[in-house]
Design a protein around this ligand. Sequence first.
Ligand code: 0DB
Ligand code: CA
Ligand code: CA
Ligand code: ZN
Length: 317
Amino acid sequence: ISGTVVTGSGTGVLGDSKTFKTFSTADGYYLFDGTRGNGIYTYDGRNQTRIPGSLWLDADNRFNTSYDRAAVDAHTYAAWTYDYFRNVHNRNSYDNAGAELVSTVHYGRSYNNAGWTGSQMVYGDGDGYNFRAFSGSLDVVAHELTHAVTDFTADLIYQNESGAINESMSDIFGTLTEYHFNNNPDWLMGEDIYTPGTPGDALRSMADPTLAGDPDHYSKRYTGTQDNGGVHINSGIGNKMAYLLANGGTHYGVKVNGVGNDKVGKIMYRTLTQYLTPTSNYSHFRASAVRAATDLYGSSSAEVASVKQAFSAVGVY
Ligand SMILES: O=C(O)[C@H](CCc1ccccc1)CC1(C(=O)N[C@@H](Cc2c[nH]c3ccccc23)C(=O)O)CCCC1
Ligand SMILES: [Ca+2]
Ligand SMILES: [Ca+2]
Ligand SMILES: [Zn+2]
């Protein structure tokens, strides 16, 4: 279809106003952003599980109904996450070749989850008690898109320790994206969509994974079979490491000198894209991060020392 790129406006899941790129055609305005890579496309799942559903079409380029909100945020936050990887890491979409970013909102009926299907993002509406619409949280959108980056780079197998590192990388870049846009940033995951009736809690805490019952030290790792061998549980070890590497602190008696968010982003991005492999475990994660930091800052740098301290603090050697 022929048309022109224009700017739409709307209301997000949290009731906040935002603008985003839309496509003006004879049919109306589509949630298609033709200014980033090969395009950002947001679809309406119509509370079914057939994906992608129908490309979102609006009559007046104003997206202010309650049904519009999940689409506004999925579309906007996909663009922001594209910009984060493009501007900060010089990566053009998840395949570094401008791959289309496709999202489906209103996926399923009161679906209490989100995900990367291997080719697109899907976002449930939540049940309104445990969760609200999952695209309403920038860290969640960036988490999902990071799975796509991981699949095209390290391709960490989604189970056991490699799966936990996969998960941790998504939480790390979810959080770094949130800080990059200064979007009420924190080291919590999903705080904007978790238990709407309870302020201040979150799905996970990277600063203190034990708040969600997840381990903050390798000696406390889960070794069972639930959750694909604890991928969302043992991610706490990598998450705590990253939190300490960014902010510093003393953990189980080990002092870590923080290096700041930007250097964590550079070290973790190089680790993910240059050194991790599908079968990497936590020990290989340490070795890979040390190599990445050495490449970036030199073997005798404070940054390399901090990486070693951070992994030692969570019991990984
Ligand atoms: O991307 C992911 O890792 C999660 C999707 C995982 C998934 C994998 C394969 C098939 C279906 C779902 C989605 C998110 C997640 O961490 N989900 C966790 C926690 C969770 C969300 N909703 C739940 C409902 C019940 C239990 C746990 C959950 C999970 O699936 O475990 C990421 C950010 C927020 C939602
Ligand atoms: Ca409208
Ligand atoms: Ca957060
Ligand atoms: Zn994930």
